[in-house]
Design a protein around this ligand. Structure first.
Ligand SMILES: Nc1ncnc2c1ncn2[C@@H]1O[C@H](COP(=O)(O)OP(=O)(O)OP(=O)(O)O)[C@@H](O)[C@H]1O
Ligand SMILES: [Mg+2]
Length: 252
């Protein structure tokens, strides 16, 4: 069966305008396809253009040129967002709310009500392993727990596509492992997961394919297996393709 494209980015260019300065091109002619059921790692150094690209997918930033579709709907059309769950790079939740209250708030935005809402909240809290803490205020949560509330929020509408901007940022190894297990569970459920990360070891474990972005352009793309063939690991590939380390050269 032919794979179905979930995200399709075509010749995407994004320039930021700052008064008194020439436009800054954050994304320069990006082409990318993410297929149904794939776990796709969106990699690149700080400032490479990952968040900018995700913001285009979410409709927060308008392309300067080119564009993107999600499930064949242009990202300029708000209905493209119906089937997406999104975890932003920085999350700010009202800390006096409990996770259950926060999830009710987001659930209402997607039209959930009554028993269906409560069932869905229970499902996502179980999925992110917060079932026992769901009725405590978020201000009492550790960073790892707050990150999992963010994931629960992204999952409340039972989306087919998850866009996660650095879901494991700042987490300890156990926190990262938990998020990794959640991503793997989502994959088993047939969800498509598109996420950015600087944790290359973890990306290697969980992703089917990756794209390495550098200065707004793709410098490597493929399956982990293909990219790491003959290399020590994904980190070596990453350092080489961004020009930090030449093939075969040791850093030490
Ligand atoms: N709102 C903005 N206005 C002007 N420039 C911006 C804006 N947002 C991002 N940029 C610039 O665009 C470039 C890409 O930034 P972006 O946040 O997309 O990178 P990133 O790959 O997500 O980096 P990181 O790994 O640090 O999160 C950077 O040079 C950044 O300074
Ligand atoms: Mg970013």
């Amino acid at each position: 069966m032919a794979s179905q494209a979930v995200i399709c980015i075509r010749d995407l260019r994004v320039e930021y305008e700052t008064p008194g300065q020439p436009p800054h091109a954050a994304v320069k002619g990006l082409n990318l396809v993410v297929n149904q059921g794939e776990t796709f790692g969106f990699l690149g150094p700080n400032g490479a253009g990952k968040t900018t690209t995700m913001n285009v997918l979410l409709g927060f930033v308008k392309p300067t040129a080119g564009g993107a579709t999600i499930f064949d709907v242009s990202v300029g059309n708000p209905s493209a967002r119906q089937r997406i769950g999104y975890l932003p790079e920085l999350t700010y939740y009202y800390k006096f709310l409990t996770a259950v209250e926060l999830l009710r708030f987001y659930g209402r935005m997607f039209g959930l009500r009554g028993a269906e809402m409560e069932r869905r909240i229970e499902t996502v809290l179980n999925l992110v392993e917060l079932q026992d803490a769901g009725r405590r205020q978020i201000k009492t949560y550790s960073k790892g727990m707050q990150q999992r509330v963010g994931l629960a929020q992204a999952l409340i509408n039972n989306p087919d596509l998850l866009v996660l901007d650095e879901p494991t940022s700042g987490l300890d190894p156990i926190g990262r492992m938990t998020i990794r297990a959640i991503i793997q569970r989502l994959k088993q459920e047939g969800k498509t997961v598109f996420f950015s990360s600087h944790e290359l070891g973890e990306v290697e474990t969980v992703c089917d394919r990756v794209c390495i972005l550098h200065r707004g352009a793709v410098c490597a793309e493929g399956s982990i297996q293909d990219l790491t063939r003959g290399k020590e690991n994904l980190e070596e590939v990453f350092l080489e393709v961004i020009g930090f380390k030449k093939a075969g050269e040791s850093l030490s």
